[in-house]
Design a protein around this ligand. Structure first.
Ligand code: GRF
Length: 222
């Protein structure tokens, strides 16, 4: 274990079920870090209540109070940097970030996206996967780069699509997987099994050329 406990900051906009999974993983010591702050751009995010219940400091930085993305991101950076975080975790944070923000947190900025990237970047991923008659779907943890949902992929959870799946059923099954792989990816990084340098990933000291895969309850290299 490192001498000082690593610090995490989580950014949310909504329900915060991924945040809850991370809170639980910190509590049960799967993740050897402390949650320094949870920041939401929306005052009505249920995730804020989850954070408060867990005794984590919360902040609302409402994007509507800023003239520009640059000003909003500066306010975020100021608040986040008070925690000197080892990782900044986007968990359903529904704002596009500026290049300055992304570069400021290079190699320590993670996002979760509900699709098997590079497929289905952007919104309505479950609907599009069903419309295209995909046989599998899932979620991805990735580094954040300047292009939306396009940074190096760390870890993916893959599930089969069943013929009876509706958008809602599929979304719920993917979300359940998200709650497994986000804490897992964070734990691997905090424990140094997965390292990030210059946007490149190393797993157990070897370059990670394909995302790690969480499938049927097992972590696999591809
Ligand atoms: C998740 O589906 C995540 O993949 C996406 O936004 C959703 C957030 O859900 N980026 P929650 O707020 O964590 O419940």
């Amino acid at each position: 274990m490192p001498i000082s406990t690593p610090s995490l900051v989580v950014l949310i906009s909504g329900s915060g079920s991924n945040l809850q999974a991370i809170i639980n993983a910190v509590k049960n010591k799967q993740i050897h870090a402390r949650l320094c702050a949870v920041i939401s751009n929306r005052a009505d995010s249920f995730g804020l209540q989850r954070a408060k219940n867990a005794g984590i400091k919360t902040f609302i930085i409402d994007h509507r109070n800023y003239h520009s993305r640059e000003n909003f991101d500066s306010a975020l950076i100021e608040r986040i940097d008070e925690c000197q975080p080892d990782l900044v975790i986007l968990a359903g944070f529904m704002r596009i970030l500026t290049t300055r923000f992304i570069q400021h947190y290079a190699d320590r900025l993670l996002n979760i996206h509900p699709s098997l990237l590079p497929k289905y970047k952007g919104l309505n991923t479950h609907k599009r996967a069903l419309e295209n008659a995909e046989t599998k779907h899932g979620a991805s943890i990735h580094l954040v780069s300047n292009e939306l949902d396009s940074g190096a992929i760390v870890l993916q959870a893959e599930i089969p699509i069943n013929s009876s799946d509706t958008q809602e059923i599929l979304a719920a099954r993917v979300l359940k997987q998200e709650h497994v792989i986000y804490p897992l990816a964070i734990a691997l990084i905090i424990d140094g099994e997965l390292t990030i340098s210059n946007n490149a990933l190393t797993y157990n000291q070897k370059p990670l050329t394909h995302p790690l895969l969480w499938q049927s309850g097992l972590l696999r290299e591809q």
